[in-house]
Design a protein. Structure first.
Length: 735
């Protein structure tokens, strides 16, 4: 249905009628109703119809400016739905244009598209306009072709890639184009595709929508899919050409950019539905890794407000998806990956180690371990070599008795812990212990209870690495670690050494005793659960809030960190930990009892964060006893200024004694300081004793001060007159 002169049905406000005046040959006229051509008439009319049809919009009716659509699932429901719409029209005296209204049809044209119960179809007239086109011969013809394609881009898979040859022909300032064979092929394929343009499905409330992404050298594309009846139906196609710096993005960043473009253009779908992104690339890891660039951080925050889940791509179940992915090329690494495959027997049931496959294109760490047990003691030595060939030496001395095999296991466990602290992902281990190597590789079975406990602990640590390998080497090839182990085992307490040796108090298999004082829920728990396990709260509003906030956080070694705008990552703390940090900064060994704002900024600069940081800092400073006692009180009333005025130079002096100080030449320990109040000139005399003299020091002609029992001149100034008063906390003298 179409409204009759929709804008003219709204009356102008009497005060605004003069603003619509116009001049004719018969006089000056103005509009009493809202005319066409004003800047805000479209928004005003849309606001009006939204207000009138609020109970019906989204249920039985859709309205866009003057186009109105009444929808019903059955013919019996259609009459009551029309009656409700006409009741509102009659109430507000709105009129329709009968020549443009159609009633009781199963499909019809709305906003330039064909709407039916099957879905959304492209306008046949627009498709025919492309099919009837001849080969373009001028620039204007190609522009006409690309304009017609742009009107149907939501129906065209990879529209930018299909039109790329046309865009190349338009480049430059040439008046005549060069129609190449590539353009001819693209033109023919475009016509063939438009002859079988897909039918777009309409998602329903509660549907889970799927996004497939595609990346090419010059464009990014995506398709939004809805699953129905065990088949996949397209909802919307998106395509965008890469511009300037976007062309030089890495392949994985182009894939993330394709998702961002899809979220921006299909925002209503992303806000109303759960989105599953099906890709075989580590897209979620790239958006959340600590080394993410500023561009990826911005995209991660932008995508954080949506309910997006990343899933591996399964087999295709629809022709539309097959057409979209038929030319899809996954981003590949520029270098060829060389794999070293080692025997990997089936893991035990208690712990499954990682797959023993090393990728030589990735950073590889090397670990040499050895243990030693003799009559002098037990120890272990290890040498860790980084991918940059930086060697780390480490030695352990045990404060408990251990067998030689247990010492070998302790060396292995210490090396794995050290490599994990260095953020190693791939590691190759060399040991001269046949028992340890074959038990870890599951060639030997651990029968002893102690060996079983050590083996389980070793497998648990190995499972935290992406890839690993362990080999047995002769002792001659493991001499460095062997020497460190012997050094640690033979070391006596108090002996000087150049290599740092750590003392291990108890075996690694002995579980530490942990006494939990308080384990109340904290503000970090929902964010950690989402980032680590993709678990969200049951409340939809809370889940949306956690998903949006989590884009600003990341997990490093099990600890939560906040991404700073211009600072390094900030370690997240609980309120109890934050109170300890504030106390140390405010009144610790380096504390200066700073104010609340300065205290909060210092905590942030030290690398800490929690949501109530500024509020807690304000409350902490207000409760500080020393701050309350000695802080400035600006709210006190003003007092008259008490000034000591000196009328001329050397008329009034201040005298004081300071000390004792470190003894100097002549056994002097004290200093007598005299300051003129007018010139601020200061004189100092060092004395050996602070005992009083028989007479007070005077200033007449020469400045004399007490030194032992004598008066010694300290300067040779000649004064016009003796000073009037001498102010001193010890005594006063008068002329």
């Amino acid at each position: 249905m179409d409204a009759y002169s929709c804008y003219n049905q709204i009356f102008m406000h009497p005060e605004d009628q003069a603003h619509t005046s116009f001049i004719t040959d018969r006089g000056l006229y103005c509009y009493k109703v809202m005319p066409f051509g004003l800047k805000n008439v479209g928004a005003t009319y849309q606001r009006l119809v939204n207000h009138l049809f609020t109970p019906l919009i989204g249920n039985t009716m859709e309205v866009y400016v003057d186009d109105m659509l009444v929808k019903s699932r059955t013919a019996d429901q259609h009459i009551p739905n029309l009656s409700a719409m006409f009741t509102i029209l009659k109430q507000y005296k709105m009129r329709l244009n009968p020549t443009k209204c159609t009633f009781g049809v199963a499909s019809g044209k709305f906003l330039g598209f064909m709407i039916s119960q099957r879905g959304i179809e492209a306008n046949p007239e627009k498709i025919q306009a492309i099919l009837d086109m001849t080969i373009p011969k001028t620039v204007k013809d190609i522009q006409s072709l690309t304009g017609r394609v742009a009107a149907l881009t939501r129906f065209i898979s990879k529209a930018t890639d299909r039109c790329a040859p046309f865009f190349k022909a338009l480049k430059g300032t040439k008046r005549n184009i060069t129609w190449t064979a590539e353009c001819e092929t693209a033109f023919s394929e475009l016509k063939e595709y438009m002859g079988r343009a897909p039918l777009l499905s309409t998602p329903e409330h509660g549907d889970i929508l799927v996004v497939y992404l595609s990346v090419s050298a010059s464009a990014v594309s995506s398709v939004l899919i809805r699953s129905k009846d065990n088949a996949e139906h397209p909802v919307h196609y998106v395509s965008k050409a890469l511009q300037d710096a976007e062309v030089r993005y890495p392949d994985i960043e182009k894939l993330a950019f394709a998702l961002v473009v899809s979220a921006r253009r299909l925002r209503p779908y992303f806000q109303a539905h759960t989105i599953h992104v099906l890709t075989n690339q580590p897209l979620r890891y790239v958006l959340q890794k600590p080394e993410t660039s500023g561009r990826l951080v911005k995209w991660a925050i932008e995508l954080g407000e949506f309910d997006i889940h990343y899933k591996p791509r399964p087999a295709m179940r629809g022709q539309a998806v097959a057409d979209f992915l038929s030319e899809f090329t996954e981003p590949q690494a520029s270098a060829t990956t060389h794999l070293i495959t080692e025997p990997n027997p089936s893991p035990s049931q208690d712990q499954t180690p990682t797959e023993n496959t090393l990728d030589l294109t990735q950073p590889l760490w090397t670990l040499f371990v050895d243990g030693s047990s003799n009559a002098q003691g037990c120890g272990a030595g290890l040498v860790l070599v980084s991918p940059d060939k930086v060697t780390l030496e480490y030695a352990l001395r045990f404060n408990f008795q251990a067998s030689n095999n247990e010492a070998e296991y302790e060396a292995l466990l210490a090396g794995l812990r050290l490599a994990k602290e260095m953020d190693a992902r791939q590691i190759q281990i060399f040991s001269d212990s046949q028992l340890v190597v074959h038990q870890v590789n599951q060639d030997f079975t651990a029968k002893d209870a102690s060996m079983t406990a050590y083996l389980q602990h070793a497998r648990h640590l190995l499972a935290t690495f992406h890839a690993h390998s362990i080999r047995q080497v002769p002792r001659s090839e493991n001499s460095h670690a062997d020497a460190l182990a012997r050094l640690a085992s033979a070391l006596e307490q108090g002996t000087g050494r150049h290599i740092h040796i750590e003392f291990l108090a108890q075996p690694s298999t002995q579980a530490p005793l942990i006494c939990t004082i308080d384990h109340s829920p904290t503000w970090m728990d929902p964010i950690l659960q989402f980032l680590q396990n993709q678990t969200l709260p049951a409340n939809p509003a809370e889940a949306r809030r956690v998903r949006h906030r989590s884009a600003r956080y990341l997990v490093i070694n099990g600890s939560l960190y906040k991404r700073g705008f211009s600072l390094p990552y900030l370690r997240c703390l609980t309120p109890e930990e934050g109170h300890y940090v504030l106390r140390e900064i405010h009144e610790g060994i380096c504390g200066n009892h700073s104010g609340a704002r300065s205290l909060a900024h210092k905590a942030i600069r030290q690398g800490y964060f929690w949501p109530s940081l500024h509020t807690d800092a304000q409350a902490f400073t207000q409760k500080c006893d020393k701050c309350q006692r000695f802080a400035k009180l600006p709210q006190l009333p003003a007092e008259p200024l008490t000034a000591m005025v000196s009328p001329w130079p050397f008329a009034q002096w201040g005298l004081d004694l300071i000390g004792p100080m470190p003894e100097g030449k002549g056994q002097v320990k004290y200093a007598v300081v005299a300051v003129d109040y007018f010139t601020k000139c200061g004189k100092t005399l060092y004395v050996a004793s602070a005992s009083p003299t028989p007479s007070s020091p005077t200033m007449a002609g020469n400045l004399t001060m007490p030194n032992s029992n004598n008066f010694v001149p300290t300067s040779r100034f000649v004064y016009a007159s003796p000073p009037q008063p001498i102010l001193s906390p010890m005594a006063r003298s008068k002329p």
